[in-house]
Design a protein around this ligand. Structure first.
Ligand code: CTP
Length: 404
């Protein structure tokens, strides 16, 4: 699926994230489509029109009252002859103008004059994003039918952390594809359960045993499954990801709580176990904080095994989902270990990823996976892609094999 055959007008407004527009232009071009770019005056403080023109291989428009531009195209034509206008990055300022119909330069005049759909990818400091003024403007824009891509949570250029970060160009491309070619409803009416994130196993009231899983892949699967028409229950360990709209979410902390929540969500048609469940819990939880005492020996912790949720559900006599999907997180002998794991667990499909630190997959935004089916010698290897894109592909794949 690509944005092929559709015309995009990209408006770059002036924020530090403007440099990422160059990467997006490259991705749109690579997907086989041209893009026309309009820049605000302040965008030119961050990226040069020359770089934008070179990458887009197109004229860059900047001025409202440009005699040559008006003679060639005219701003009304420029606003109309595209299938979509995308504002990326969208600053608080341009969102405010768009919400209130202010047209005081070329980009805002185009936004007011257009009859094409508008998508915006906001990017700003977390306080600016959370300010009542921006949030009120967002409500107006939503009411006016403007579509949003992000923002997401993360580190900011200003050193703060929170919401307001621009979505990755990869994910913006996925959103464009979704806009032009909405997900095929391959799972309409199917009940689907997904586990995601890490589990935390408490040691005492202030400490726990955990792992580096962010939950991103599981949450992206929940979104993709929802978009494919499934009725989704997301059972999630502690994660900073935002619960997707239209998904039933159950928040848990430990592996045992996760197993209980899974059992309660049954029966389902399909279950995907993307959580990084702690294999062990502490044998002797201390209900008081364990104190460090001078001269004491270093405390030894003992562990007991946690329930294996994937194995338990794969081996159910009653209520087993028709399709059970596991994830194999491996750091060495990746394929051999995963082949052994699918047999040991008894699931139907294993999604394998190499989580050794050099790959940056654990906690990162991208994933590279292989797929192994039980009793099938053939293994599929997929290219590196954003977790959002991988999730879409996995759901499409599940849609194809669910009735086998
Ligand atoms: N899993 C689970 N319950 C557990 C452990 C793992 O449901 N207690 C699931 C995971 O959600 C994943 C699959 O089992 O779908 C494999 O997880 P992974 O961590 O790769 O394997 P482990 O079973 O923990 O085995 P090992 O640590 O030996 O690799």
């Amino acid at each position: 699926m690509s944005v092929l055959g559709k015309k995009i007008l990209l408006i770059i407004s002036g924020g530090i994230a403007a440099y990422k527009a160059l990467e997006l232009i490259r991705l749109i071009k690579k997907s086989g489509r041209g893009v026309t770019v309009v820049m605000t005056k302040s965008a030119k403080q961050f990226v040069t029109p020359l770089s934008v023109a070179a990458l887009s291989e197109n004229k860059v428009y900047e001025e409202l009252f440009s005699l040559t531009d008006e003679a060639e195209m005219g701003h009304i034509s420029l606003s109309r002859e595209n299938d979509l206008i995308l504002v990326m990055p969208a600053t608080a300022n341009i969102l405010a103008k768009l919400a209130h119909g202010i047209a005081d330069d070329l980009p805002t005049t185009l936004l007011l004059a257009t009859d094409s759909p508008i998508l915006v990818a906001p990017a700003m400091n977390v306080r600016m994003w959370e300010s009542p003024a921006t949030q009120n403007n967002m409500s107006i824009l939503r009411k006016n039918g403007i579509g949003f891509i992000g923002p997401v949570e993360g580190d900011m250029a200003c050193g703060e952390f929170g919401f307001g970060r621009l979505s990755d160009p990869d994910d913006i491309l996925v959103a464009l594809n979704e806009f032009f070619a909405p997900a095929v409803k391959v799972l309409t009416g199917k009940k689907l359960l997904i586990t995601a994130g890490p589990t935390h196993e408490p040691i005492d009231p202030v400490r726990f045993l955990g792992n580096l899983s962010s939950g991103k892949q599981g949450y992206a699967l929940a979104v993709a499954a929802r978009d494919a028409g499934a009725i989704v229950t997301l059972i999630t360990g502690p994660s900073n990801e935002v619960i997707p709209l239209g998904v039933n979410a159950v928040k848990v902390t430990t592996a045992e709580q996760m197993l209980d929540a899974v059992n309660q969500a049954l029966p389902v048609d399909i279950a995907i176990f993307a959580a990084a469940v702690a294999d062990w819990k502490i044998a002797d939880y201390s209900d008081k904080k364990i104190k460090k005492q001078v001269g004491d020996e270093i405390k030894t912790l003992s562990f007991v095994e946690n329930p294996d949720i994937l194995k338990t559900i794969s081996n159910l006599k009653n209520n087993r989902p028709k399709l059970v999907v596991g994830f194999a997180a491996e750091t060495d002998n990746v394929i051999d270990n995963a082949k052994a794991k699918i047999k040991r667990k008894g699931c139907d499909l294993m999604i394998v990823n190499d989580v050794s630190p050099k790959t940056g997959i654990m906690g990162g935004d991208h994933n590279k996976i292989s797929l192994i089916k039980l009793n099938d010698e053939q293994i599929e290897h997929w290219d590196l892609a954003s977790k959002t894109q991988i999730a879409k592909q996995i759901i499409e794949y599940i849609g194809r094999i669910k009735d086998e």
